[in-house]
Design a protein around this ligand. Structure first.
Ligand code: ZN
Length: 195
């Protein structure tokens, strides 16, 4: 991210990220039905569940390690994701609840993406180069972030997860099937090694 990029409005989570006593959540691997399911908006009644989920999602994301993790990836079909690009190796955690794309540029950018739900798989994905995303933070305050570059791609990637969309869904069927087959093969090989 270059210096002209607006800084995201980050807030520290309720507990420090990656605190060792936080129980890690298993991350679902594609193909999994939950990863293809649209998540529901978070309501006031979800506050307690969300408060419990956020530190566990951060801990699981940092442990993976990853820079973004959406609730459906840990089996919770709620419109919530966490992101931390760790600029200069310093934590900069963001929690986005009920996020929506308020504006997206016509201009697109291509970046290589990977996903904790498709471990070891990477592909170039084309997305709007610049986005404005409205969301609520973990206190319920309405916020807005303008992003491009890595953060822009990451926010769009995570938001896609809330709609049951994986980065491979932006590729041709040929490329997508190749990646999914390679992933299945990698997993089979790992299982054989471990058994
Ligand atoms: Zn992902």
């Amino acid at each position: 991210m270059d210096a002209s990029t607006p800084k995201p409005q980050a807030r520290a989570p309720a507990r420090p990220p990656g605190k060792p006593d936080v129980e890690l959540l298993p991350i679902l691997i594609a193909p999994h039905k939950t990863l293809k399911t649209r998540a529901r908006p978070i309501a006031k009644a979800d506050a307690e569940a969300v408060r419990a989920l956020i530190p566990r999602m951060f801990a699981s994301m940092y442990a993976a390690p990853g820079i973004g993790l959406a609730a459906p990836q840990v089996g919770a079909l709620l419109r919530l994701f966490v992101v931390d690009l760790m600029p200069d190796n310093k934590p900069q955690p963001m929690v986005l609840i009920n996020p929506e794309i308020a504006a997206a540029s016509k201009e697109t950018a291509i970046r290589e993406e990977g996903c904790l739900s498709l471990p070891g798989q990477y592909a170039e994905v084309e997305r709007p180069a610049h986005v404005v995303i409205r969301y609520e933070d973990e206190t319920g305050a309405r916020r807005q972030v303008e992003a491009e570059g890595l953060l822009g791609a990451c926010l769009q990637h995570e938001l896609d997860h809330l709609d049951g969309i994986l980065f491979v869904d932006h590729l041709s069927a040929l490329k997508r099937n190749m990646i999914l087959r390679r992933l299945a093969k990698d997993i089979r090989q790992k299982e054989t090694k471990n058994s």
